[in-house]
Design a protein around this ligand. Sequence first.
Ligand code: PMP
Length: 431
Amino acid sequence: AAAGKDSAEPLLERRRRLLGSGLELSYERPLHLLRGDGVWLWDADGRRYLDAYNNVPHVGHAHPHVVEAIARQSALLNTNTRYLHESVLDYAERLCALMPAGLDVCAFVNCGSEANDIAWRIAKAHTHGTGALVMENAYHGGTEAVAALSPYDMPASAVAPHVRTLEAPDLYRGRFRKDHPAAAQGYAGDAGRAIASLAAAGHKPAAAMIDTAFISSGMLDVPKGYLRTVAETVRAAGGLFIADEVQYGFGRSGTHFWGFDFHGALPDIVTMGKPVGNGHPLGVIVTRREILKSFTDRTDYFSTFGGNPVSASAGLAVLDVLEREGLQENARRTGAYFRQGVEALMARHPAIGDVRGTGLVMGVELVRDRKTQEPAPDWTRRVANLMREQGVLIGTEGPRRNLLKIRPPLCFRPEHADLAIEALDRALAAL
Ligand code: PMP
């Protein structure tokens, strides 16, 4: 442990000097990682960590097929989409084939924020609306426009005049709890209220933008039918439904390739980031032809890096691996096994108030008291740090910062889940 600290100190000093002190690091003892392979990471001291947190290396850290695709295309050519090239077309074809009928044109960008930013511009151009509906505590990215659509960490007074936040469909803490027969309709009704409130302020809705994994709103298990009803309500008012698949896309739910499908909701625009390129910066927008046309008729939109042959090759390689290795099915099987194992810990650890998630995404809510549900953010931080010391990486999340965030690469197997469950058990026992 002492060696780790010594080797970190000079880097910490340089980091503060060169990057400023505002960029937060994970863990009390920051990690200095040098190598990754599958679900494993190695630090500067050669210590191995099980990665139960990172969703960007979707098919595994440094997957050889993705690495090879990027290297091969980099050695041959990388340029922009103002020239003809097969790779971007091959990739668009593969992505559209995975979409519901009618969602058949793509625009390529470089990250999730940019995908959402352009999706928002497209929605405004197509609908002539100006208003937005977003989830309570949503996060959609860092550009000025999408930061305004990201009420995470924002006081209610700071929410922009064109934005309305939807009551989170939280079955653990919200107005309608688990097994309430009218929970979906009860929560979805808030969309009507939000649209009326926008209208009163002179805004027609352009879109509802929703993270289909509901991560920053509390990694919610939302009631069946909720998202479909919200999407239909917004469409009936002339707006579009933008499904932000940055978190749940590409098979993470296990049962469905897309989060919107998991919820049975049909989107007008789909945005992707993070896992798309397995770490290579890549963002995608997929929509209907006439919707994209409304936007491109008004602007000669172009992204210098978006859809370049190297990025397209990375994206194609990720789809290859997902298919060849059956990773969606693995997410379903391992996810169910993992969740069961964590739920079994509830009998021994009263600090676990709730366990949520389907597939390889799991939120574990820690509380001081199951009856009062008093959140325990300090315990949550402590558990993440204790697990890191045991060599298992997870994160923390949620509006109350009392959720353990578990969201590993999709090549995470039951034997890895066993290691994570043991580490969680020990960390909770040490509280
Ligand atoms: N949407 C969601 C749901 C996200 O979780 C994030 C990133 N955490 C983004 C968008 C923004 O993606 P990026 O950081 O790649 O811009």
